[in-house]
Design a protein around this ligand. Sequence first.
Ligand code: CP
Length: 305
Amino acid sequence: MRYFLQFDHLSDSQIEALLRQTHDISRNLADSDYRELFAGRIVANLFYESSTRTRVSFEVAARRLGMDVVNISARESSIEKGETLRDTLETLAAIGAEVAVVRHPQSGALQEFSEDPVAGLQLINAGDGSGGHPSQALLDAAVLQAAFSELSEIRMVIAGDIKHSRVVASALSLLPRLGAKDIRLVGPEQLLPSIQPASVSLMTTDFDAALKGANVIMMLRVQRERLSALDVPAEAEYSRKWGLDSRRLALAEPDSVVLHPGPLNRGVEISNAVADGAQSLIRQQVAMGVPARMAIFSALLEDNN
Ligand code: CP
């Protein structure tokens, strides 16, 4: 595997291998042998946007593989002085980094590097604008595989800001390839795409109706900055129509599971009772971030020996 930028670049067998490896590592996470695998190899975490889960789990994943990690945030680096992404990546490669994990506010910011690579540097997309967040989709798929024997069994509702969500973009490019046939999108009209994506079975503003028969509900963070700009209903009304509380969760199948990529706006898109309840897999998602990202590093570096 050359880069981990988007699923369209990967074959089915590469995706299946990543998921197999994620589950394998997840079962053996305490195994100290992992620390020998890539000892002394350097990864740079380059974050132009804030992050908790993604940045920390990439760092923990790298350390568990014995790698040395450098963390660079835009605010504390020469990016502030106007350095381009390419110059920053060239600099990191010259210092000895073999992998750069990049989060960027601009959709497609890493695309040019798949055509014109930085010599010696592998790239991982850790979220690009509303373009994609493939490592999140990989860990979400692993969590769903652990909960369901086949992904063809899932009847999934994704609710919230569908239009601007990189999590949704990557989920829609991965889950159907793994067998998911029933994915429904819900949100305020202003936050739904203008055309229903081909891989989606239903797109609606009616959350209650979409929950009928659902066994997976993925809630998305309300991007508060968008509510006023897009004339989306204020938080209280948003929460009433598109928030997930216990009453609404009861409209789905009794054994349904709840996902949220985080960070959570408690009391807005998800109630405390649901976020912390027995059906929530939110902690499992965060925990799966480490083995999924160890699998990504392994696939990149094993091919680069
Ligand atoms: N899910 C996710 O990307 O969270 P962070 O923004 O905290 O990394």
